[in-house]
Design a protein around this ligand. Structure first.
Ligand SMILES: [Zn+2]
Length: 216
């Protein structure tokens, strides 16, 4: 591992979301795969550290009252797509006895398991962000923009160098709220945030749905 001034933050790039036939397939998500590969290549090459998180649900998970069953832990649908996985990965379950590794830097990637939309409701995300310190820059990408990506970006903005960005963050959340996404999420695919979220967040952070890199 070399420079880790950038942390790439990968959201829910799992089979059930990404591939046609997945239990909660996001239409068109498979088109992101080449760009997800390019983004995660940066971690394989030691240029960034890669944080990933995804759903790992029980068969009777309460989330299935809101969303169709998906990403049941241990099923093929819960697997992160190969494009999103490096070889030097450590997985941390959202369980009391699980812990972050003492030395993150021996890995290229950490995968946090979650059971709710917001990764920051799981046990280890907060501590993980603290570990990186104030100097790193986070780059968020994955699916779905208006759900878990939005919550991850908001959670990072809330925790990472919050004071200079507080005003902008308020503006971002207000714009999202006005679009109805905060209290009553639109049904899938509900892609209206594809356009507004990147521009809204770009002044205070950086977010990628994966599409923006297609012309690189
Ligand atoms: Zn889920």
């Amino acid at each position: 591992m070399s420079s880790r001034n950038f942390v790439f933050w990968e959201v829910d790039t799992q089979v059930d979301f990404m591939l046609p036939g997945g239990k909660l397939y996001v239409p068109g998500a498979e088109k992101l795969l080449p760009n997800i590969r390019r983004l995660t290549d940066a971690a394989r090459q030691g240029r960034v550290f890669l944080v990933s998180h995804g759903c790992y649900h029980a068969e009777d998970d309460p989330e299935f009252k809101t969303f169709p069953p998906h990403c049941v832990k241990g099923t093929a649908g819960s697997a992160v797509v190969p494009e999103g996985l490096t070889e030097k990965i450590v997985t941390v379950a959202n369980e009391p006895l699980a812990a972050l590794p003492h030395d993150l830097l021996q890995f290229d990637q950490i995968l946090l398991e979650k059971q709710s939309l917001d990764i920051f409701e799981s046990r280890h995300a907060e501590q993980l962000v603290q570990r990186f310190g104030p100097a790193v820059e986070f780059v968020v990408f994955g699916v779905v923009t208006e759900y878990c990506v939005r919550l991850a970006a908001k959670g990072l903005l809330d925790r990472h160098r919050p004071s200079p960005r507080a005003a902008r963050r308020s503006e971002v959340t207000e714009r999202l709220r006005r679009r109805g996404g905060m209290s009553s999420p639109p049904p899938f695919p509900g892609a209206q945030y594809e356009k507004i979220l990147p521009s809204a967040v770009s002044s205070s952070g950086r977010i990628s749905t994966g599409f923006q890199h297609s012309r690189d």
